[in-house]
Each structure stands twice: as structure tokens, then as C-alpha cells.
Design a binder for this molecule. Structure first.
Ligand SMILES: [Zn+2]
Ligand SMILES: [Zn+2]
Length: 288
């Protein structure tokens, strides 16, 4: 039997599980608006912060994919579980896909470049091709470091379980409004926020650094994603724990990593030096 490989930009086949899941989440997002309560809105906002900042920005992206800093295993695993509750797949799938994006940014083989279409880079890339989100064996080839850890392997194969458990807890405590807002609307909004990093920050914004891709710094994506929108900075220095490199570039995930470092919890923070930044910076007139 032929081995299935991640085939990005394969438009010949729709992934039934992913497409069905995303369709249900979008429909129930609209339904959630008819079940609005103040408590449900607060629950969704807190979960958006925990899952998109701790889970994706500080966890899947800066910690698991780029190893921009280290934390004790219990925090590392907590961030991974938070990341899984975004419906963006498990840590091995996420890190593997994102590392391929860095290797081939805006070139053939990039999983989600706007050069293949704006809607492709935003959402369509997720619903075409083989279902790879829980195919730990194949995606693990692209993240061998994460494959060594049984916790990541199990979480990757069963990445949807923490979200189901969360949904049941919310149903028991707050009833239908909490589930509709805390799971369905919150996940859908979080998906689009993260997807904007793939679409909008490779299309619109300013370039400070000379990179070989189309990445840009986009302030409104940075606001929606707790700092991930400073994407040109990130492509210039992928291992940096800090994405907003100057004071006015608000990077909430970085502020939290710095707080963890001040408390002695986060260590080995990777940061570009001032001379490294100066060497790659575009001349001021081109950086506009
Ligand atoms: Zn990028
Ligand atoms: Zn990255």
C-alpha cells in the first residue's frame, strides 16, 4: 500500500472530516448569537486568551515548533493541551506543517501561501488533500524531536479529546450558551485569527526585514492573536521568543513569556541581538 504523504495544494480531494467539522462549527457560531449571555461571552473571551495565546502563540508556535524558550514539562504539556483545544490539530501536526511553511515560505510546497490564492492561504488549504491532522506517523517525520515524547504522540492522535471534555464541562456548569460560546463560536473565531497569520500577514502590512518571503508586520492581526501578527519580524528571526521587537509592537504572548522568565519558570529565551537586527533591517525608505 502506498504511503500517504502530506500533499499540500492538492485540490483534487476534499477532506471529509475537517470539512464537516468546520461547517458544523461555523453554523453553530451563528446559532450561538441567539444564545448570548454575559457569562457566556466572558467564558469565550477567557478561553480565547488561554487557547490562542498560551496554546498557539506561546505553546504550539514559539515553544513546540521553534523552541524559542524552555519551561518545565508540566507547563509545556499544559500549553500543548490548550493548543489542542483550538481544533488546529495536535502539536506534531501543527509543528510539522509550520516548519514546512518556514522552509518553503511563498515558494512551491508552502502549505498556505497567498500566491496560491488568498482564500487558499486562509481556509481552503485546511480542507483539501488527505486528512493529516491525526496522522501522527506521517507528520512525525517532519517533527522527529516531538515524536520522541509519548505525551505529544498520544495528544496528536487524539487531539480533539480535550475539546470534547471541555464542551461537556461547560455544558454541565453553564448549559447550552456556555458550550455554544466557549466551544463553537470561540473555536471558529480562533481559527480565523490564526488563519489571518497565514493569509493577511503574507499580504498586508509593513516589511522591516529583508526576508525571502512575502511576510509582513500587521498590527491588527497582532492584536487578534496576542502578538503573532509581527510576522515579518518572525520570518527574519524564527527562533526569537519575542515577535514584536519594539515597544509599540504589542506582543502579549512575549510579555507573558517574560513574566514566566521573571518568575524563574521560563528559561533559555532566544532573542536576536541588536547587531543581528541592524544587519537584516531594510533601509528606512524601503521599510514603509
Ligand atoms: Zn509565514
Ligand atoms: Zn513560525
Amino acid at each position: 500500500m502506498a504511503t500517504i504523504e502530506p500533499t499540500y495544494n492538492d485540490r483534487s480531494k476534499v477532506s471529509p472530516v475537517t470539512t464537516t467539522a468546520f461547517a458544523i462549527f461555523h453554523i453553530l457560531t451563528v446559532v450561538a448569537l441567539f444564545y448570548t449571555t454575559w457569562q457566556a461571552v466572558v467564558v469565550a473571551a477567557v478561553l480565547h486568551w488561554v487557547c490562542i495565546s498560551w496554546g498557539i502563540g506561546m505553546g504550539y508556535h514559539r515553544l513546540h515548533t521553534h523552541r524559542a524558550y524552555t519551561v518545565p514539562k508540566v507547563i509545556d504539556y499544559l500549553f500543548a493541551v490548550c493548543g489542542s483545544m483550538t481544533l488546529q490539530g495536535g502539536p506534531i501536526f501543527w509543528a510539522a506543517t509550520h516548519r514546512i511553511h518556514h522552509q518553503r515560505s511563498d515558494k512551491p510546497g508552502d502549505p498556505h501561501t497567498p500566491r496560491d490564492g488568498r482564500w487558499w492561504s486562509h481556509i481552503l488549504w485546511t480542507i483539501f488533500g488527505e486528512e493529516m491532522h491525526s496522522n501522527t506517523e506521517v507528520m512525525g517525520k517532519y517533527a522527529p524531536d516531538l515524536m520522541k515524547d509519548r505525551f505529544y504522540r498520544v495528544l496528536n492522535s487524539w487531539h480533539w479529546v480535550p475539546l470534547v471534555v471541555l464542551g461537556l464541562v461547560l455544558l454541565a456548569v453553564g448549559g447550552l450558551p456556555w458550550v455554544l460560546w466557549g466551544v463553537f463560536l470561540r473555536v471558529t473565531v480562533g481559527l480565523h485569527c490564526t488563519w489571518l497569520v497565514n493569509s493577511a500577514t503574507h499580504l498586508w502590512g509593513k516589511r522591516r526585514f529583508q526576508t525571502t518571503d512575502d511576510s509582513r508586520n500587521n498590527w491588527w492581526v497582532a492584536l487578534l492573536t496576542f502578538g503573532e501578527g509581527w510576522h515579518n519580524n518572525h520570518h527574519a528571526y524564527p527562533r526569537s521568543a519575542r515577535h514584536g521587537l519594539v515597544r509599540r509592537e504589542l506582543d502579549v504572548s512575549w510579555l507573558q513569556i517574560r513574566l514566566l522568565a521573571a518568575l524563574g519558570i521560563a528559561r533559555d529565551l532566544q532573542l536576536p541581538t541588536a547587531s543581528q537586527i541592524a544587519n537584516k533591517a531594510l533601509p528606512l525608505e524601503e521599510a514603509a
